[in-house]
Structures are given as C-alpha cells and as structure tokens.
Ligand binder design. Structure first.
Ligand SMILES: [Zn+2]
Length: 286
C-alpha cells in the first residue's frame, strides 16, 4: 500500500512539473504555481533586456556625417578664394542632393539623432546624414530651401538673431517660420556672432541664453540646438549650452565621436565644392 502511494505521488509530481513548464493548461487550475513561475521567468528576461539596453546606450557611437553650409547662391566671377569657401552654387548643391538620393542616403534632423542615441539602438535609417546651414543668410531661403523641399530633405538652420529684420542680406522672421513649419530645424548661432574665445562669461551667457529666448518667442516652439560661431569652444561654453536647455551643441570642426555623453561637443565639416570630395566626406564619416 505504501509503495502504491509513493508511485501515485511520483506521477502527481511529474504532472505538476509539466504544468509548471506551461506545457498543459487546465481551466480552473490557474492558481497553481505555473503563473508565479512564468512571472518570475518574465522578470528575469526583462531584467536581462534592461541590462543589455543600458550597456548598448552608454557604448553607442553613431556614424553620421554633419556638414556645414554657409551661402547658397550662383557664384560670381570676381569671387575671392575665401568667398568661394563660404558659398556653394545652387547647381552644385542640387548635384549633392541628387547624389544623396541616388546612393541611399537620408537626411535626418538633430532631434532624430538624439532620439536614436536615447533609444540606444541603431537607427533603422541606413546612411543618415545631417545638413546644417550657418548664419541665417537670406540666400539659404531663396536657393537651398526650395531644393531641400524638392528632394524631400531636411536640414538645420543655425541663425544668429541680431541681423534678423535689420540687415537685408539675412533672413526675416516670416521666412524662418516658414522653413520651421516645413520641417526644417531652426537652431541658435548666438546673438551677435562674436568670437567666443574673447567673450566674457557674462557675454557668453547672453549670447547662448538670449538667442534661444528670442528664437523661441518668434517661432512658438522649443529651440534645442546651438552652434558656436567660428567653431570655438571650451568646457565652460559647453556647460552653458547645456544649462540654457539645449540638447546639442555643434562646437568644433575637429573630429569628435557622436555619443550620448558628447552631445555638447559635436563636430562638423565644411562642405566641399567638388562632388568627389563630398563623397569622400560622406564615406569617412565623423
Ligand atoms: Zn557663423
């Protein structure tokens, strides 16, 4: 009799084990340890997943070329080398946009780049590239903006606020607003475009904080990206950019990795005129 009971006990134990493993489910037996066991298993899996995500977040480096443009207008025959360096003709610019489109590149916003880093996973977009336009020249609205729309591209326009509505070579608020509403990012490039290396701490604070306020007042939206004039930076400048509430600072032309910890020390490259050099820049990345 005792032996018989042991055998029944053994069979019941095996049956219980199968239930725990989730192989059989019987209505009315939901209160068996199955649920608890499965919950524990889920918890272990979740903990492992969080750990993996955290690891990839802190280690992640994005390879996204950030390109700097200034003027965009037809070239003039009498131009000096310096003027040429700061201008690209609409034809050359269109040639670059065509190359990007035909070769699988996608222009992305800085917000998207930050989101990719925050998420800690590789962007589903292959071959991303970031186009930035400095200073707020009116010809950017006249020549670059229509081409960006034509090719369904996005770009960031870093404007400095003092010449707006004062100097006819620069953008006016309605143009900046129109570009912003059309999906372009408007970033700050200071108030007066001074040499940051020569500015006092009080001046730096005004340049970084006040330009943000002015832009936000006119655009009715948050301005999250800052670029220092002349690519001049220091740890103090980068600290102020962060304190002002920006999420990125493009501050140098010296190569610098794009990581979550390095968002206030972003680097970018001047756009080359020649298509082969442009391709080289895209392929060498950042
Ligand atoms: Zn500038």
């Amino acid at each position: 009799m005792k032996k018989y009971l042991v055998q029944i006990g053994f069979v019941l134990a095996v049956f219980l084990l199968i239930l725990i493993c989730g192989q059989i489910s019987i209505p009315g037996l939901k209160s068996l340890p199955q649920n608890e066991v499965m919950a524990s298993v889920s918890q272990v899996i979740a903990t492992a997943t969080i750990k993996t995500t955290t690891t990839s977040r802190s280690d992640q480096t994005l390879n996204i070329p950030i390109i700097i443009y200034h003027s965009v207008r037809p070239t003039r025959p009498e131009e000096t080398e310096a003027q040429k360096r700061y201008n690209i003709s609409p034809d050359r610019f269109e040639e670059q946009l065509t190359y990007l489109k035909n070769n699988g590149y996608t222009t992305i916003s800085l917000d998207q780049m930050v989101a990719d880093l925050e998420r800690g996973t590789t962007s589903p977009i292959t071959k991303p590239v970031i186009l930035t336009f400095d200073d707020g020249w009116k010809n950017q609205y006249e020549y670059a903006f229509p081409l960006l729309k034509k090719y369904n591209d996005t770009a960031t326009f870093y404007v400095y606020t003092n010449p707006i509505e004062k100097d006819e070579r620069f953008l006016i608020w309605s143009q900046i607003k129109e570009m912003s509403d059309a999906g372009m990012t408007i970033g700050s490039h200071s108030v007066y475009h001074p040499y940051f290396s020569k500015a006092t701490p009080a001046e730096l604070k005004k340049e970084i904080f006040n330009s943000k306020k002015t832009l936000e007042k006119h655009l009715g939206k948050k301005v999250s990206h800052f670029a220092t004039p002349y690519g001049q930076t220091s740890s103090q400048i980068e600290k102020l950019i962060k304190e002002a509430g920006y999420t990125t600072g493009r501050v140098t032309t010296k190569k610098s990795p794009i990581t979550k910890e390095n968002l206030f020390h972003l680097s970018a490259f001047f756009v080359p005129q020649n298509l082969q050099d442009f391709i080289g820049l895209l392929e060498n990345k950042n």
